[in-house]
Ligand binder design. Structure first.
Ligand SMILES: O=P(O)(O)OC[C@H]1O[C@H](O)[C@H](O)[C@@H](O)[C@@H]1O
Length: 240
């Protein structure tokens, strides 16, 4: 992540293949290398850290090296988010800093499966109600940042039980249906978002939203933003 972060750099959390085995297309695959690196709860200064804490927001950077595991592109483990006090599931927003990301979203009962491709500068919204996996389908590292409520936690159980997301992306780009989801519909495709109303734009880095309460309020109060988000995705991402 050198070049994308000039603040204090903590030790990353590292995902190993052992933690990922149950969600891989080939659970018998072996690798002695770490799969991806998560630099969580970053802040460039003490005053930024205080602001992030006050507004209950976390900024993270994740680095996913370009590799395949027994023919499957390396991806994140996959999780759903918990509910906020208003009963809405927490959303999240990503920014691609380098490389290409395939964000594979699915509803809790997998009756909607959506792929969003992002390259440098693109912002990818994970709306309330969707779980997500990020895949690096490229030949270079995928470096991405995210803003998310510091109050949320990740629920990995449903992905683990069904052995991953509804589809596996294999080398060359083929999407192979996970037999654990016999009724999953075909993948739909949506685009990255811009939400100029609240200052989320391609040329504005996510970290630049630190210090702008209006830009990040949706992360803790998604229930107040459902219409805006439905509009900016042209209805492609259904708010649930
Ligand atoms: O938690 P995983 O499914 O491994 O996905 C990895 C990512 O998850 C969340 O979005 C976190 O906010 C990121 O810090 C992390 O990099």
């Amino acid at each position: 992540m050198n070049g994308y972060w000039d603040g204090p750099k903590p030790e990353p959390q590292v995902r190993t293949i052992e933690e990922m085995r149950e969600v891989l297309a080939d659970p018998g695959c072996t690798s002695d290398q770490p799969l991806y690196f998560m630099y969580r709860d970053l802040a460039k200064s003490e005053s930024d850290r205080e602001w992030l804490r006050e507004h209950r927001i976390r900024y993270d950077i994740t680095v996913i090296p370009a590799r395949t595991l027994c023919g499957e592109y390396v991806k994140t483990k996959g999780h759903y988010h918990t509910e906020n006090p208003a009963g809405e599931l927490y959303p999240e927003i990503y920014e691609v800093l380098e490389g290409t990301g395939h964000y594979l979203l699915q509803t809790r009962n997998a009756d909607d499966v959506v792929m969003i491709e992002g390259t440098a500068g693109d912002k990818i919204l994970i709306p309330p109600g969707y779980g997500h996996v990020t895949i690096n389908p490229g030949k270079e590292d995928l470096v991405m940042a995210n803003l998310v409520s510091s109050e949320f936690s990740s629920n990995y159980g449903p992905y683990a039980e069904l052995r991953g997301a509804a589809y596996y992306e294999m080398e060359g780009g083929a999407l192979v249906k996970n037999p654990g989801y016999p009724d999953a519909p075909p993948v739909r495709y949506c685009d990255p978002v811009e939400v100029p109303d609240i200052g989320i734009e391609k040329e504005v880095g996510l970290y630049d939203l630190v210090g702008r309460p209006r830009s990040v309020a949706f992360l803790n109060h998604p229930e107040q933003f459902m219409e805006i988000f439905s509009d900016v995705t042209g209805g492609c991402l259904v708010m649930r």
